[in-house]
Design a protein around this ligand. Structure first.
Ligand code: X6L
Ligand code: MG
Ligand code: MG
Length: 198
């Protein structure tokens, strides 16, 4: 099987696996980021892919934020956004859907925290707290990351974080992350909108 056929299969598998469960819909927040290739086109494609998945409904999409690389700083700047979805998928199924999207968008295996074509992280899921080797929800380090908090506060201002503060009022968290560059990129956001489903 060639790589793209294999990726198609992964996505198909994820989709059919979710159709067989009539789970209740839960709200979830995802964080997307990319710093290689055509970043706007990749984000537009990722959001379109997400919207096309059975078991996932798009609720809202944030603006695009330009952010300095955090963690490993010697790499290109990122474009980040957050998405709210309604989903009947379980946490692991949602994780698999995210991984399938990363593969579909050409993500290559590289150094941990290094540059990437697309990163899709599960941040929050209504009613879900879990901490395993494979997946932790809420995302354990999201509160230290301005490139997560800024777009998330746009689309989920009232969602309470673990310490009880809501995303839009996480002043202490933003202060901790204040040294990180993360600014609304209006031009990229406009181009992104025109790229979606184009
Ligand atoms: C000490 C050690 C301090 C490690 C921070 C921070 C590690 C963030 C990983 C860290 C540390 C991360 C993105 C990014 C990454 C992104 C921007 C990560 C994972 N992903 N920077 N860095 N946007 N701006 O999506 O977040 S690598
Ligand atoms: Mg990430
Ligand atoms: Mg990730």
């Amino acid at each position: 099987l060639c790589a793209s056929r294999r990726r198609q299969f992964d996505i198909w598998w994820t989709m059919s696996a979710c159709r067989s469960h009539a789970a209740a819909m839960a709200e979830a927040a995802l964080g997307l980021g990319t710093n290689l290739g055509d970043r706007e086109a990749a984000l537009a494609q990722a959001v379109d892919l997400l919207a096309a998945m059975p078991g996932i409904e798009l609720a809202s999409v944030s603006n695009l934020y330009s952010s300095a690389p955090w963690g490993v700083t010697d790499q290109p700047d990122f474009l980040n956004l957050c998405v709210l979805i309604e989903t009947g998928l379980g946490p692991l199924q949602l994780l698999h859907a995210c991984k399938a999207m990363e593969a579909e968008l050409g993500r290559q295996e590289r150094l941990r925290w290094g540059p990437r074509e697309m990163d899709v992280d599960v941040l929050l899921m209504q009613g879900v707290t879990l901490d395993t080797e494979t997946l932790a929800i809420p995302h354990p380090r999201m509160a230290e990351r301005r490139f997560v908090l800024e777009p998330l506060a746009e689309i989920a201002p009232d969602w309470a974080l673990e310490d009880g503060t809501v995303t839009s009022k996480s002043a202490a968290l933003k202060k901790k992350a204040a040294d990180q560059m993360c600014v609304l990129d209006e031009a990229a956001t406009r181009r992104f909108a025109s790229l979606r489903s184009a």
